[in-house]
Design a protein around this ligand. Sequence first.
Ligand SMILES: Nc1ncnc2c1ncn2[C@@H]1O[C@H](COP(=O)(O)OP(=O)(O)OP(=O)(O)O)[C@@H](O)[C@H]1O
Ligand SMILES: [Mg+2]
Length: 251
Amino acid sequence: MLSARGLTKKFGGVVVAQDLDLDLELGRVVALIGPNGAGKTTLFNMLTGFVRPDGGTISFDGRRIENMPAHQRARVGIARTWQRPRLFESLTLLDNVMVSERDYLGESIGNLIFRHGEVERAEDDARDRALGFLDRVGLAARADSLSTRLSYGQQKLVGLARALMNDGRCILLDEPMAGVEGRTIETMKAVVRAEAEAGKAICIVEHNIGFIRDICDSAVFMFNGRIVASGSIDDLLADKRLGALYFGSHA
Ligand SMILES: Nc1ncnc2c1ncn2[C@@H]1O[C@H](COP(=O)(O)OP(=O)(O)OP(=O)(O)O)[C@@H](O)[C@H]1O
Ligand SMILES: [Mg+2]
């Protein structure tokens, strides 16, 4: 579904991504693991168009996308969440989810004027769908609250609902479990698992090993901007060399 080849990125003189290859398939969940600063988020940013690679190619559904701007990549169906929730603080939860509707008719001023009825119906439909996704993350009752009134974990669930609203076939989750506590943990797990079972192509950056074991089919290990290993979760977890890279040489 998504295939990256040779992605490379330097910030200043520092290489933060070196010749990265990644393949995501429908119905498969890949864990992207590695210590802080390895380049995991940078890889997501290159896949979603927020960082322009210095070299390499990205194909999605048979189409080259490395030069596509971020909003178009969302439109073709690559959804993501952020390591920190990044919600719009002045918008309600419902509006925070509705903004990621793809191909929304009301984005065109011409449609607003000449196809007003259709735009209104599309908006009603989007509102219903957004409410449905808030319901899936257990926050439908708070749909009209501001995101600033939520716990950090709940904000991450809204971010997840927003990614689901995109309804694309590929989802990239950047540390979905970090900062998530209490009941929110089970909700997060259940929703991500359901998306995997629904056949999406999913990649998850995560430090929570239990979550990775539970949900992911395979893993890729990044260190210092490079992919240094890939394979089954168990093989990677059993690899002492990777453990030393993850925890530092004292481990
Ligand atoms: N916009 C930027 N400008 C300069 N350097 C950056 C930028 N974004 C990331 N970096 C650097 O690139 C390296 C990789 O960062 P990145 O955020 O991709 O790591 P990560 O694996 O996601 O780490 P973490 O687990 O802490 O989230 C780091 O050294 C970081 O400081
Ligand atoms: Mg990161």
